[in-house]
Design a protein around this ligand. Structure first.
Ligand code: NAD
Ligand code: DAU
Length: 347
């Protein structure tokens, strides 16, 4: 199979490319189109550089020339499958500046779809990686794929735009589009601005863990390998023009996952620092995953084992996250101003 993976230098994209090469070996060809924003780290996939079936291309999904080049594939013969992971992904950053979210998460998707039209009917799949955040918050019960969208922050609104644009191109032009909506991922190579890697790395350094609001917001945690396996499954067994929820089935309040992180890093609860709540903070995300199960896929990683493995990865890969944390000075300053305590050592 010949893949175009966008955003492959980021967290889930890099895990997905590693998953594909592990599963399919030399039968897979992968072009990785990534702009290398602050969140893109080419070295995440250093082990594949120089291989004849892998091509890294630095470029922007919102730039038609970059996208046309990427659709040529590794060797000029084209691609069978597009998996669009590229996005601006952090809710807190979308509160700081939303324009780049619209540019990448909406307009970028449009550019990828326009190029897809030129390659139809040869293209087998176009997978748009959307998110559970497009449904908005739910107090009880779980969202189904047919529920109306109600995004409540600039990030999720931009993702909803890309989600619907991909769906519309499937309906209107018959493109082989599948939209996936996954819950909160965790695992190796996650940028240390998101809850789990931020808290694990802060705990290692005995820094405060800035818990927003009352810490009772609920997220459903999905191990990144399960997400990759689900996307791979849908490429093979999904139905075009359909939307699929991908949930981990591990709903926890933020304060519960924070406690687990402190236990696993052997740090005291006194490191927890309650800080101002995120603006417009969604209370709870929850997905009904019956549709994917009916198709034949279930996530099978044990949550506790996956969390332990993840914490171990950050303990074993300090140079990776220390380099990132040292570089992101502007963002750190903004976080300190708005939420306090994020980077300073406890007094
Ligand atoms: P990430 O922030 O770690 O990586 C995003 C990648 O996209 C980076 O490598 C970045 O350089 C690249 N990128 C950004 N703008 C680009 C552009 N204009 N052109 C090309 N590349 C660009 O993100 P992630 O957590 O790996 O998320 C990947 C996808 O999965 C996103 O679409 C996100 O919305 C979705 N998603 C994430 C989660 C999660 O919990 N992380 C859950 C559900 C869905
Ligand atoms: O649900 C899927 C989404 O999950 C993805 O679409 C997004 O790309 C991804 O960033 C993630 O969004 P969240 O906002 O849920 O993830 P984040 O890790 O930023 O926050 C998780 C929860 O932890 C949320 O309730 C806010 C809280 N939090 C987060 C940070 C960074 C804190 O309490 N303190 C923090 O410092």
């Amino acid at each position: 199979m010949r893949y175009l993976v966008t955003g492959g230098a980021g967290f889930i994209g890099s895990n997905f490319i590693r998953f594909v090469f592990k599963k399919y070996g030399d039968d897979a060809q992968v072009v990785n189109l990534d702009k290398l924003t602050y969140a893109g780290i080419r070295e995440n996939l250093a082990e594949f550089e120089g291989k004849k079936n892998y091509r890294f291309q630095q470029g922007d999904i919102a730039n038609p020339e970059d996208v046309a080049k990427a659709y040529e594939g590794v060797d000029g013969s084209g691609v069978d499958v597009v998996v669009n992971f590229a996005a601006e992904t952090h809710v807190d950053r979308s509160l700081l500046e939303a324009g780049t979210f619209i540019q990448t998460d909406v307009h970028g998707v449009l550019v990828l779809l326009e190029e897809a039209r030129k390659h139809a009917p040869k293209l087998r799949r176009f997978i748009q990686i959307s998110t559970d955040e497009v449904y908005g918050s739910i107090d009880s019960g779980s969202f189904r794929e047919t529920d109306p969208l109600n995004p409540r922050n600039p990030y999720s609104a931009s993702k909803a735009g890309g989600d619907r644009m991909a769906y519309a191109y499937g309906q209107t032009y018959g493109l082989p589009v599948i939209v996936t909506r996954a819950s909160n991922n965790f695992g190796p190579f996650q940028y240390p601005e998101k809850l789990i890697p931020l808290f694990v790395t802060n705990a290692i350094d005995n820094l405060p863990l800035p818990l927003y609001g009352d810490g009772k917001n609920v997220r459903d945690w999905l191990f990144v390998d399960d997400h990759c396996a689900a996307v791979d499954f849908l490429i093979e067994h999904g139905e075009n023009h359909e939307v699929y929820n991908i949930g981990g089935g591990n709903e926890l309040e933020n304060r519960e996952i924070t406690d687990r992180i402190l236990e696993l890093t052997n740090r005291p609860k006194s490191l927890i620092k309650p800080v101002a709540d995120r603006q417009g903070h969604d209370r709870r995300y929850s997905l009904d995953t019956q549709k994917l199960a009916n198709r034949g896929f279930k996530c099978d990683t044990d949550f506790e084992r996956a969390l332990e493995l993840t914490v171990r990865w950050y303990l074993d890969n300090e140079p990776w996250w220390r380099a990132i944390k040292e570089k992101s000075a502007d963002y750190k300053a903004w976080m300190e101003k708005n939420y306090g305590a994020r980077t300073s050592r406890p007094h």
